[in-house]
Design a protein around this ligand. Structure first.
Ligand code: FAD
Length: 309
């Protein structure tokens, strides 16, 4: 068995692997796609101490750094089921989609999350060419330009307030007849002069040439279609944690985030979690790496307290 089995090979999992391997532990990483969301990212300008890098380059560096250490990387392996140990100090089991089963004294869950997409024509085509999902990451790329935010929940309204301070103009598009964000956020939004809110609107198409040039939405009351010219579209209709497979094994919030404490401990002794899959407040590369390191050190602390075999 492994001392530490890490499920997920994004920034959080990579950090967990390096920290635990450097303690001399027997470490395995099972990942559906080593690199995680970083593989889908173009420019990265907020990875502290690295003014500019690109996703595929950072993902390759993550893998190279993990491989500097004695870690068993099992790439292209999806975990389907977690069976926690029945007694404290017992072995946890992770069942893979290929039927194999891995056992470990501690498990670190770092399966990340995925942005919910609109699923309209042009969205995929113009991803990273005007279609964006992370205002903290890509907001500054649209300095002085016109953008839309899709979604009027808390994250959409927060994004619109954030972007209004950077870009030229923000159009917030909400499907429902009213915004769903907290009243305090809606009041703040209403005080901004360069924000326009359109409700009862369904985005039907992303328009572009080489990059995004606009979007088309349908007025849900009249049925009429309208075009808006703009340079950027921030889709804020939900970040979905990759935790469906954990539902019966550990405590998740109603939104599916793994509940962790400040040490990365989950509801099950010996099982830790880190990164976008968890309740950690902000979802960013540096934050996921920090959280992965925290979970790793917590797993080590747990292991040194287990009775000798
Ligand atoms: P992820 O990166 O999501 O990695 C999850 C890992 O788990 C992957 O290896 C995945 O294959 C694996 N996995 C999932 N389910 C299973 C399973 N059942 N079994 C096995 N493995 C599984 N952040 C920034 O700080 N700066 C940026 O500029 C930036 N830009 C971004 C741009 C885009 C387009 C996107 C999508 C995100 C961006 N982010 C950015 C956010 C950042 O990528 C994430 O916060 C970070 O990658 C989270 O790391 P993680 O390790 O928690 O999860």
């Amino acid at each position: 068995p492994f001392d530490v089995l890490i499920v997920g090979g994004g920034p959080a999992g990579a950090a967990s692997a390096i920290y635990t391997a450097r303690k001399g532990l027997r470490v395995g990483v099972a990942a559906e796609r080593f690199g995680g969301q970083v593989l889908d990212t173009m420019g990265i300008e907020n990875f502290i101490s690295v003014p500019y890098t690109e996703g595929p380059k950072l993902a390759a560096q993550l893998e190279a750094h993990v491989k500097e250490n004695d870690v068993d990387i099992m790439n292209l392996q999806r975990a389907d089921k977690l069976i926690p140990a029945t007694r404290e100090g017992g072995l946890h089991e992770v069942v893979l989609a290929n039927g194999a089963s891995l056992k470990a004294k501690t498990v670190i869950l770092s399966t990340g999350a995925r942005w919910r997409q609109m699923g309209v024509p042009g969205e995929e085509e113009y991803r990273n060419k005007g279609v964006a999902y992370c205002p903290h990451c890509d907001g500054p790329l649209f300095k002085g330009k016109r953008v839309a935010v899709i979604g009027g929940g808390n994250s959409g309204v927060e994004a619109a307030i954030d972007l209004a301070g950077i870009v030229g103009h923000v159009t917030l598009i909400e499907y429902d007849s009213q915004l769903r964000a907290d009243a305090v956020l809606q009041r703040k939004l209403g005080s901004l002069s360069n924000v326009k809110v359109i409700t009862s609107a369904l985005t039907t198409r992303v328009n572009g040439a080489e990059k995004v040039t606009g979007l088309t939405y349908k007025d849900r009351n009249s049925g009429d279609e309208h075009d808006i010219e703009l340079e950027g579209i921030f889709v804020q209709i939900g970040l979905v944690p990759n935790t469906e497979w954990l539902q019966d094994a550990i405590a998740l919030t109603p939104r599916g985030e793994i509940e962790i404490d400040a040490r990365g401990q989950t509801s099950q002794p010996g099982i830790f979690a880190a990164g976008d899959a968890t309740t950690v407040p902000y979802k960013q590369i540096v934050i996921a790496m920090g959280a992965g390191s925290t979970a790793a050190l917590s797993a080590f602390d747990y292991l040194i307290r287990l009775p000798a075999e």
